[in-house]
Design a protein around this ligand. Structure first.
Ligand SMILES: C[S@@+](CC[C@H](N)C(=O)[O-])C[C@H]1O[C@@H](n2cnc3c(N)ncnc32)[C@H](O)[C@@H]1O
Length: 488
């Protein structure tokens, strides 16, 4: 019992020591421990008892005074803390540091080998420096592993620890440490963001909004290359799929340069759709294409399917209704020197299918090269499939054995149903007016939100869809299915 009490007191003294560091030169307090009451005084000291545990994992907590700060005051994060250090002869310091690298202090912008403030030279005349140790790994000489202890012995370094008074600043804290110290205690701190070139894109919660400019500034400070931070201010715009956004910090420059799967794109992030989480899906679909194939990209955006498809040697017809997307799509074909392979259109998807696609399909279907139709507008694309019904009019006369080269369709849809696979296939069938059973594959692209999946249905366009002029006997999509919610 006495041993437990001593350990509790020791632990409390350690915590008080930490509290005291940087906040006060001297504190007095009364400790209340069941069955024990005592008063004590603690001094901030440079060289305290080397055996006493000086540091604690919460050491990197910023000073309490920063809590609630809404305008970033970097100076307010400065504090002095005590860490443990080991004294090492300068002649072997590189080798010892290598052996102790797992337990050495690692903080952004901090030197871990420092001059010894006591500047003592040993009786053998050797000069020494101090290696600062990570308080989360080392609290006493016993904390060293066997290998580390052996290395110390081999280099004749005494496993004795001493305290070192370290100045810790805003620059030495990580962004989540800064934000955790500032935002209300116990509330979710997010320093996560999507990166689009030089832009960090956040989706802040209500309780974070009073701190939004500070959060933006911290993200800029802590992430090299980010010079602009924006917050989404509404759900995705219903037509062009772009967000309304507010600049929280940094330059008001929305023209981003992004490399995706080795291809360079430029676009105005505020006015077009771009989602860095789709890069794997873009790559997956483009990998299905072969040189000489033709691609119809119905909802092309700024070109993340069309441009790599053209680079792969495909002939591309790319369309987008948003005049800004269309402009940047054209820009990106030039940027990547594939403008000769990509014909661009600024039409509604149904008009594009019923115009440029219809004009080209019959000829392409006589050939043997692949024909692909990509439809990435997941909130609505499945319903757009109805534009293919009867697209080519009455079926032409063909040799009985004549194979038809039909388009391969990759159509995206969101689903909130328990069986998203079944749901998207049924919606595709309803729009096409025919069954896809045994004739399609479904790929789960990503989880967009809790209970909301993005799916891709791929199938060969059935001849009965393209050629029948009227197949109304198949059910139309129900109003419930047509309704689409926007929460990307
Ligand atoms: C989800 S984004 C996909 C863009 C691009 N394919 C990608 O993977 O990043 C959908 C695109 O469809 C465009 N769009 C929306 N409604 C459209 C319509 N009725 N016809 C054609 N394009 C449309 C939007 O402007 C947007 O660029």
């Amino acid at each position: 019992m006495a041993g437990v009490m001593v350990r509790r007191v020791h632990r409390l003294l350690t915590l008080l020591d930490i509290y005291c560091q940087g906040n006060c030169g001297r504190i007095s307090t009364n400790l209340q421990i069941p069955g024990l009451s005592l008063s004590f005084h603690a001094h901030k000291s440079v060289m305290a008892d080397p055996q006493a545990p000086a540091a604690h994992p919460s050491l990197y907590t910023a000073p309490p005074a920063v809590r609630g700060m809404t305008e970033l005051d970097r100076e307010a994060f400065t504090q002095t803390i005590n860490v443990l250090a080991i004294r090492i002869p300068t002649s072997v310091i590189d080798k010892v540091v290598k052996s102790l690298k797992k337990v050495a202090l690692q903080r952004p912008g901090l030197k871990r080998v420092v001059d010894d403030p006591q500047n003592q030279t040993d009786s053998d005349g050797k000069e020494h420096r101090l290696l600062l140790l990570d308080p989360q790994s080392v609290s006493s000489p016993e904390s060293f592993s066997q290998d580390e202890a052996n290395a110390l012995k081999a280099f004749s370094v005494k496993p004795e620890l001493q305290r070192y008074e370290l100045k810790l600043t805003y620059d030495n804290l990580k962004s989540d440490e800064v934000l955790r110290a500032v935002l209300p205690e116990g509330q979710d701190v997010t320093s996560g963001f999507s990166r689009v070139g030089h832009i960090a894109h956040l989706n802040l919660r209500d309780h974070q909004l009073p701190f939004r400019n500070l959060i933006g500034q911290v993200i800029i400070d802590k992430n090299p290359g980010i010079t602009c931070v924006v917050n989404k201010t509404n759900t995705i715009d219903s037509t062009y799929r772009n967000f309304q956004m507010e600049v929280l910090a940094g330059e008001n420059n929305m023209v981003a340069k992004v490399r995706e799967n080795g291809v360079l794109y430029e676009f105005d992030f505020a006015r077009v759709y771009w989602n860095p989480r789709l890069s794997t899906e873009h790559e997956r679909v483009v990998s299905l294409l072969r040189r000489g194939d033709t691609v119809f990209d119905i909802f092309a955006g700024v070109g993340p399917f069309s441009v790599p498809a053209a680079r792969r040697g495909c002939t591309v017809f790319a369309n987008d209704l948003n005049p800004e997307s269309y402009r940047w799509l054209q820009h990106n074909t030039k940027l990547n020197k594939v403008q000769a392979k990509v014909t661009t259109f600024n039409l509604d998807g149904r008009e594009f299918i019923r115009g440029p696609v219809r004009e080209r399909l019959p000829e392409l279907m006589k050939g043997s090269a692949g024909i692909h139709v990509v439809m990435n507008l997941p909130a609505l694309a499945l319903e757009f499939l109805d534009a293919f019904r009867g697209l080519l009019g009455p079926e032409p006369e063909r040799e009985p054995s004549g194979e038809v080269n039909l388009p391969q369709v990759h159509c995206y849809g969101f689903s909130k149903e328990d069986d998203p696979q079944k749901d998207v296939v049924e919606r595709a069938e309803a729009a096409l007016g025919t069954s896809l059973q045994g004739r399609c594959t479904v790929h789960m692209v990503r989880n967009v939100a809790p209970n909301k999946e993005m799916m891709c249905v791929s199938f060969t366009m059935p001849t009965e869809v393209l050629y029948s002029s009227n197949n109304k006997d198949f059910s139309e999509p129900s109003p419930k299915r047509q309704k689409c919610e926007e929460a990307e």
